[in-house]
Design a binder for this molecule. Sequence first.
Ligand code: AMP
Length: 444
Amino acid sequence: MTFSDLGLDAALVRTVEEKGYLEPSPIQAQAIPAILQGSDIMAAAQTGTGKTAGFTLPLLHRLNLGKPVRNNRVRALVLTPTRELAAQVHESVQTYGQHLKLQSSVVFGGVKINPQMMRLRRGADILVATPGRLIDLYEQNALQFNDLEILVLDEADRMLDMGFINDIRKILALLPKKRQNLLFSATFSDDIRKLAKGLLKDPLEISVSPQNSTAPAVEQIIYEVDKTNKTALLAHLIKEQQWNQVLVFGRTKHGADRLVRQLTALDIPSAVIHGNRSQNQRTEALAGFKQGKVQVLVATDIAARGIDIDQLPYVVNYDLPQVAEDYVHRIGRTGRAGASGYAISLVSMDEKKQLVDIEKLTKQKFERQQVLGFEPDPHAPKTDTKPKNSQNIKSPNSTVKVKMNHSAKALGAKSKAGAKPKAASQPANTPARSKNRPRQQRAP
Ligand code: AMP
């Protein structure tokens, strides 16, 4: 099947050809014709499936058929949970719409509102927005929704997780009743179904992978390891296997900072992004990572949302997430658009429950593996044990003392990762530009 088979405008087909897309991804093959027909859709699709083009292309096609936008009006609204995602979706809108004469704009919090108000004066055929700033703009009469034709909720589950439900309800109440609604969510929780019920009319349900399942192209590996040995094991795997572009998830900002210091001390170029980093620091970290100057990017869950890096080969869960759904989101960062990837989780004794929760959610049972020289001590207390094998991660400028057997052969005997292919460093495209707020705060 080709993009023109789907009924898209020739200008859009030309753009995807220029982007080098050979054929529509499964979500695109299902969503594009349905959206072109005007149906509401509810799609279970995580990042990496091509979902953004899946709604952006037909959106552009439909808008291109209608009347040009009027001042201060919006014809299609895309709501996203984070500023990063808003910026990225807008970038996709601009890219895919480059051969059309449609206006688009993006608004999110954390930056001055006035320039956004100015830009909205001439209206936007497509407006990408985070909920809080959108409401602020509406309340300051910077935009009107009378002409709204299409609403997209992107990463709806994340919006609910982040406590935006009231903002979403408020926005829904402002929109014309007659409109097309498109809802995208990585997982379909009961809350999402409840939201969808009140929002969508006879929606077409699209699921590109079974509910709550992880992307099949991602090989998931679980290494049991003592908490105190995690950094040494990570450094060992990175060096031994020559992992070149590794996104590492940590649970806390503090822990993420510490890990970056430790890896840097081990001569592994690393950078961090989390809620306490300024927008410039984040942009710089991500740009370095994409250019291959930074080998390891350590991120917290919220900060990592919406980061788009093509075909990221390795994602590491340094800590397992507290919420099992976050595991699905995290590993959605690899194995993107059909490329294979590895999701490696370093699991300590005290994380067994989280692991079981993840297995329940994703309906799979993981084989627990160990890396020779890093086996967990069965008698170790749950936390704060001295590392075994004399591996000491010391203060930032110190080196790691390693006394253990980790020849490739020995590793291969026990560790599946011993047989993994080496990753090539890959260029990637879109920089994120702004920072998030922590969960449960008002919309950015
Ligand atoms: P998304 O799931 O929207 O975040 O898209 C993931 C990545 O896949 C993006 O970097 C897109 O550029 C890329 N992509 C989207 N559609 C296709 C396609 N049909 N063929 C190849 N790559 C694609």
